[in-house]
Design a protein around this ligand. Structure first.
Ligand code: SF4
Length: 64
């Protein structure tokens, strides 16, 4: 199953990912992304990948 990963050092808290997939991404009190889920069922892959790609600093990837 695909997995979503976050580079917490790269994240700048733009929150594009949260807007794109609120069930996968949230921000902590410091404005850094929190992964609510890491396993991405195939039917959700394109949606979560789009949300990951919306990150301006490329902090998120969906990998096989
Ligand atoms: S879009 Fe990127 S920089 Fe913004 S909160 Fe999400 S991971 Fe962090």
């Amino acid at each position: 199953m695909p997995t979503v990963k976050a580079d917490l050092h790269a994240c700048q808290g733009y929150a594009n990912c949260v807007v794109g997939a609120t069930d996968y991404f949230d921000l902590d009190d410091d404005g850094i992304v929190v992964l609510l889920k890491t396993k991405v069922p195939e039917p959700e892959r394109s949606r979560v990948t789009e949300a990951a790609r919306s990150c301006p600093v490329s902090a998120l990837v969906v990998e096989d």
